[in-house]
Design a protein around this ligand. Structure first.
Ligand code: HEC
Length: 154
């Protein structure tokens, strides 16, 4: 029964399209990279915001939760650079400035600082000592800002 077979093919093709649309299917390798880096940033920001609230006294300090949040950021930070492959500037889809790919060495250096500072914070967080954690957290957020000021459009 060829009609049933082609009918099934149409249904499965539509099903795939629906899933792809529901997940906001990227249209190109560049957009796939943009989705990837946005995703990593969102998870990092989720954790950084929670740590920030504790450091600023807006939320109770929970040393175990803080240590987990810091460890997550330390794990995620080194995943960022691969989210910026050559050619992944797409006007209107990204806040990344094209200068990244003209100053790649500087950008990578700022990424390395982020990774190093997030590793330091994760280490210090194990102590549960807020007096030590505060400056290490400040160093981390400064690393975010240093790069955003230069390479992220607002
Ligand atoms: C070495 C550079 C660099 C560092 C370090 C950096 N960022 Fe970013 N960040 C960017 C760039 C570039 C973008 C824009 C990405 C895009 O839109 O494609 C961005 C985007 C973001 C976004 C928005 C994502 C979106 O969906 O639009 C968040 C949130 C974010 N960064 C948080 C952070 C936090 C928190 C830190 C520090 C813990 C940090 N970033 C460190 C360069 C950096």
């Amino acid at each position: 029964m060829p009609s049933l077979r082609s009918g099934l093919l149409v249904v499965s093709a539509l099903g795939f399209a629906a899933v792809a649309v529901a997940h906001g299917a990227p249209h190109s390798k560049a957009e796939e990279a943009i989705d990837y880096r946005h995703s990593v940033y969102h998870v990092i920001a989720w954790n950084v915001h929670r740590m920030g609230a504790q450091v600023e006294g807006k939320a109770p300090f929970d040393k175990d939760a803080f240590a987990v949040q810091a460890a997550r950021v330390a794990m995620l930070a080194p995943m960022l650079p691969e989210g910026f492959p050559e050619g992944s500037y797409v006007k209107g889809k990204t806040d990344a400035k094209p200068e990244i790919w003209q100053n790649r060495a500087e950008f990578d250096e700022l990424m390395k600082k982020l990774a190093a500072r997030s590793a330091t914070l994760a280490d210090v967080a194990k102590s549960g000592d807020l007096a030590k954690i505060k400056p290490a957290f400040g160093d981390l957020t400064q690393a975010c800002k240093n790069c955003h000021d230069k390479f992220k459009a607002d």
